[in-house]
Design a protein around this ligand. Structure first.
Ligand code: IYR
Length: 223
């Protein structure tokens, strides 16, 4: 194996005073707490540069061996969106009519979802996130590491960036979603991970009334 000397640069981080830190942490939590998953989209256009910034924010996520094993396919083309909707609805029809067990359907009742996915045509952009099981460089297969964890983190950053821009999203998982690979003509090393419609909420958008878990339910101290 060839050994290359690692290159390091100094890093100072960003320094805040204690009160600044306290405020920032509180405000960031309160800001993220306002994020909601939305299914009722407006067809209002979103500037391409905004989407590019959102994708680049996602791409700053940490990844196994810094391989960044992700691709964000941004679909604005109405014909492609229609194809995606038709394929997703075909699968979801089967899911809601026999493939999903009764307890799953019951867990979904609070969200009022069904097999119909009009948002796949209404939202100005569909971001189809693909994970790269491996990369191809010089005709050679190069392995990626912790691919699900890495792409999951990038999608978390993506959703935070969308919220920060004042837009809304839906983390959609039509299942199975191999149709995305075909419609978008992605290469063999890429697998669909999430399908994320992005845009403005519709004027009459509604969200389910849900509460988030309390700190006691999600945090365990060991002191
Ligand atoms: N993929 C289906 C079902 C669905 C599953 C879960 I878990 C959800 O949180 C929401 C929906 C659909 O998109 O309708």
């Amino acid at each position: 194996m060839q050994h290359t000397e690692p290159k390091f640069a100094p890093y100072k981080g960003i320094r805040y005073t204690r009160p600044e830190m306290l405020n920032r942490s509180r405000e960031f939590y309160q800001f993220l707490d306002k994020r909601r998953t939305v299914r009722d989209f407006s067809d209002k256009a979103v500037a391409r540069e905004v989407v590019e910034n959102i994708v680049m924010a996602a791409s700053t996520a940490p990844s196994g061996a810094h391989k960044q094993p992700w691709v964000f396919c941004v679909v604005a083309n109405p014909d492609i969106k229609k194809k995606i909707r038709e394929a997703a609805e075909k699968e979801e029809y089967l899911n809601y009519n026999g493939r999903m067990p009764e307890d799953w359907l019951q867990d979904l009742q609070a969200f009022g979802t069904d097999w119909r996915k009009p948002f796949l045509e209404t939202a100005p952009y569909l971001i189809a996130v693909f994970k790269k099981a491996y990369d191809i460089g010089n005709g050679e297969k190069r392995k990626n590491y912790y691919v699900n964890e890495s792409v999951g983190l990038a999608c978390g950053f993506l959703l935070a960036a969308i919220h920060h821009a004042g837009l809304v999203a839906l983390t959609h998982t039509p299942s199975p979603m191999n149709f995305l690979q075909e419609i978008l003509e992605r290469p063999e090393n890429e697998r669909p991970f999430l399908l994320i419609p992005v845009g403005y909420p519709a004027d009459d958008a509604r969200i389910p009334c849900l509460a988030r878990k309390t700190i006691e339910e999600v945090l365990v101290y060991y002191e």
